[in-house]
Design a protein around this ligand. Structure first.
Ligand SMILES: [Zn+2]
Ligand SMILES: [Zn+2]
Length: 64
């Protein structure tokens, strides 16, 4: 169902205990034991400034 995609270079994928639910580069779940958060616009604005493409707490795409 999902199209084949390039391997994400983010180091979170190879780790056992990642402190965040979503990968900031591809938006994939890297730790399903952490529950998804509801973020405020301010938090997303900060993440955009950090150049995160996806929010690590809710998985939303921040940068097009
Ligand atoms: Zn990734
Ligand atoms: Zn978020």
């Amino acid at each position: 169902m999902t199209p084949p995609k390039d391997r994400c270079p983010n180091f979170n994928h190879g780790r056992a205990n990642v402190p965040v639910r979503f990968c900031s580069m591809c938006g994939e779940v890297v730790n399903k034991n952490i529950s998804s958060q509801v973020c405020s616009e301010e938090e997303h604005a900060i993440r955009r400034r950090d150049r995160n493409k996806y929010c690590v707490d809710c998985g939303e795409q921040l940068i097009q």
